[in-house]
Write a protein that binds this ligand. Sequence first.
Ligand code: SF4
Ligand code: SF4
Length: 61
Amino acid sequence: MNNVKKVADMGICVGCADCGGCEHITFKNNELGFPAPIVDENCKNCGECLKKCIYWNSNDN
Ligand code: SF4
Ligand code: SF4
């Protein structure tokens, strides 16, 4: 997996939606009421959405 599901799974996604723009990402409110990215099964794992995520890029991972 090389997409923003990693960010959501780690619990560091703040729902800023900066990773949007890819046809394989939709946003759905999480249990706290904030939008979280949902990546569909046709994701190509190109990693472009991760590059847009400041929270991922400021993480050591
Ligand atoms: S850019 Fe990062 S923090 Fe913002 S919604 Fe996407 S995964 Fe979450
Ligand atoms: S295709 Fe690329 S930009 Fe789109 S969700 Fe997958 S990894 Fe992210």
